[in-house]
Design a protein around this ligand. Structure first.
Ligand code: SAH
Ligand code: SF4
Ligand code: F3S
Length: 435
C-alpha cells in the first residue's frame, strides 16, 4: 500500500464550515488523504473560508501569503481555497494567486475528489456552481469511528432573506433543506459512534421545510432516537419561529433551553433599512411567547452597530432592547461593507463612531452575561462532559444553557451526563461539584 497523502485543513467562519470541513476530510479520505495538524508536511492545504466581514475575507489572502514559502520549498504541495470566499472571489483568486491550485464553492464539495485528481495531474480546478444535486447525497457517509459526545449536523443551507448587509445569500445560494430520512440516519450513526448531543445547523435552520411540521417535526423525530439526549439548533431567524417550534421549547425535554435568535438592531428604522422584515416589537413579543413556554430559556443574539444611517438614537434603541430582553450571551460586530450587497452602496458611518458604539454595546452585553452566569451559582444543572480540563483531575462540559462547567472528576466522565451543583462563576465558565 502506498503512503497516505497528508491533508491540512484550516477552517474559518461559522459552524457550517466546521461541519463542511469534516465532510471534505472524509471525501478526500477516499483519494488516500489523512488529516494532519500542521501545514508543514502536508501534500495539500485547504482553507475553508468565510466572507461575512472584510476582516474575515482578508485573512485568506494573508494565510495564502504565509503558505508561499512552503510551496516554494515543496512544489508538489497543492493549495486549495474552499468556502464563502471561494464562492465570492473564486475567479479573482485563480488569476491573482498562481500558487492556488483549486477553488471550490460551498455547494460543490462532492466534486472535490474529482477536482483533486485533476490537480494531482498538474491542472488547476475551479468549481463555484450551484449544482442541482445535493452535495451531501454524494459526499462520503460518515465513517463509523468513535467520536466525541457532541456533533454538528447540517439540515438546511442557504438563505432567501437578503438582509441588506449580508453576503450569505450570494455565497451559499438559495434555501435548501435535506430530507428527514437522511438526517435521521446520520443522527443514528452519530449516536452509535458515541454522540449524545447534536446541534442542527442551517443558515436559517428554522426555515427547515424537509418535514411537513418544519424544524419542530424534525426535532420530535430525532427525540425518538435512544441515546440521543440533547438537541440544539442554530442559527434561527425571528420570522421563522413558528408555533410548533415555540411549543417544543416547553414540551420536548431533549431540546435544550438555549436559543440563538439574532435581532441585529433595536431600531425599527434600521431593521427596515436592513430588510429584516420584523419590528422591534415583533421580536419582543416573540421572546415573551417563547419564555412563556420555557421561563429559564437562555437567549443569545447577534448585533450590528454602525449600519448605514444609524443615528445615536437608533443605537440607544438597541441598548434599550438589550435591557428589555436580557441576553445570556451575544455576539456583536461593527458593520462591515460587503461588495455586492445593497447596504454597501449607502453612505457609511465613520469608523470611530462604530468603535465607540461597539464598546458601549459590548459593555452592556458583558454585564448581562456575567449576571446570567453569576445567577447559576447555587443551582443544580445537568452537564454533558466533553473533555479534560486545564487542571489535573478536571473535566469540562456544557450545561443545557451552554455554559462551560468545570468539575473535579475522573476522565471516565467524558461522554456522561451528570448533575452538578454550581459553586463559582468565572469570566467565561462556571465551576461546580458533582452531586
Ligand atoms: N443566518 C444568520 C446569521 C449569519 S451571519 C442570521 O440571519 O441571523 C452571522 C452574523 O454576522 C449575523 O447575524 C450578523 O450579525 C453578522 N453580519 C453579517 N453580515 C455582516 C456585515 N456585513 N457586517 C457586520 N456583521 C455582519
Ligand atoms: Fe444573512 Fe439575513 Fe440570511 Fe441571516 S437571514 S444569512 S443575516 S441574509
Ligand atoms: Fe462565513 Fe459563509 Fe459561514 S460567509 S459565516 S462561512 S456562511
Amino acid at each position: 500500500m502506498s503512503e497516505p497523502k497528508k491533508l491540512f485543513i484550516k477552517t474559518y467562519g461559522c459552524q457550517m464550515n466546521v461541519y463542511d470541513s469534516e465532510r471534505m476530510v472524509e471525501a478526500l479520505g477516499g483519494n488516500g488523504y489523512v488529516q494532519v495538524d500542521t501545514p508543514d508536511q502536508a501534500d495539500m492545504v485547504l482553507l475553508n473560508t468565510c466572507h461575512i466581514r472584510e476582516k474575515a475575507a482578508e485573512k485568506v489572502y494573508s494565510e495564502l501569503g504565509r503558505l508561499r514559502p512552503l510551496k516554494e520549498a515543496n512544489p508538489n504541495l497543492k493549495i486549495g481555497v474552499a468556502g464563502c470566499v471561494a464562492q465570492a472571489e473564486g475567479e479573482e483568486i485563480m488569476s491573482r494567486m498562481p500558487l492556488v491550485d483549486l477553488v471550490v464553492g460551498p455547494q460543490a464539495y462532492h466534486r472535490l475528489p474529482a477536482m483533486e485528481k485533476a490537480v494531482a495531474e498538474g491542472r488547476r480546478a475551479v468549481d463555484t456552481d450551484f449544482p442541482e444535486e445535493d452535495k451531501f447525497d454524494t459526499l462520503n457517509e460518515r465513517p463509523r469511528a468513535t467520536r466525541g459526545p457532541t456533533a454538528f449536523l447540517t439540515v438546511q443551507e442557504g438563505c432567501d432573506k437578503f438582509c441588506a448587509f449580508c453576503v450569505v445569500p450570494y455565497t451559499r445560494g438559495a434555501e435548501v433543506s435535506r430530507p428527514v430520512e437522511r438526517i435521521v440516519k446520520e443522527a443514528r450513526d452519530l449516536v452509535q459512534a458515541g454522540v449524545r448531543e447534536i446541534t442542527l445547523l442551517g443558515q436559517n435552520v428554522n426555515a427547515y421545510h424537509g418535514h411537513d411540521r418544519g424544524l419542530a417535526g424534525l426535532i420530535w423525530d430525532l427525540a425518538d432516537i435512544d441515546g440521543l439526549d440533547r438537541i440544539r439548533f442554530t442559527t434561527s431567524h425571528p420570522n421563522d419561529m413558528d408555533d410548533a417550534l415555540i411549543d417544543a421549547f416547553g414540551d420536548c425535554s431533549k431540546l435544550m433551553p438555549f436559543l440563538h435568535l439574532p435581532v441585529q438592531s433595536g431600531s425599527d428604522k434600521i431593521l427596515k433599512a436592513m430588510n429584516r422584515k420584523h419590528t422591534r416589537d415583533d421580536y419582543l413579543r416573540l421572546i415573551d411567547r417563547i419564555r412563556a413556554k420555557r421561563p429559564d430559556l437562555m437567549l443569545s443574539s447577534d448585533f450590528i452597530v454602525g449600519f448605514p444611517g444609524e443615528t445615536d438614537q437608533d443605537h440607544q434603541d438597541t441598548l434599550q432592547l438589550i435591557r428589555d430582553v436580557t441576553f445570556g450571551q451575544a455576539f456583536s460586530f461593527k458593520y462591515s461593507s460587503r461588495p455586492g450587497t445593497p447596504a454597501a452602496e449607502r453612505p457609511q458611518l465613520p469608523e470611530d463612531i462604530k468603535t465607540e458604539r461597539l464598546y458601549e454595546l459590548q459593555a452592556l452585553l458583558t454585564q448581562q452575561q456575567k449576571a446570567a452566569q453569576d445567577g447559576m451559582v447555587g443551582r443544580e444543572v445537568e452537564v454533558l462532559f466533553e473533555k479534560k480540563g486545564r487542571m489535573p483531575g478536571q473535566v469540562v462540559g456544557k450545561s443545557g444553557f451552554l455554559h462551560a462547567v468545570y468539575v473535579q472528576g475522573p476522565e471516565s466522565m467524558i461522554g456522561q451526563i451528570a448533575r452538578v451543583r454550581i459553586v463559582e462563576s468565572g469570566p467565561n465558565s462556571l465551576g461546580g461539584v458533582l452531586v
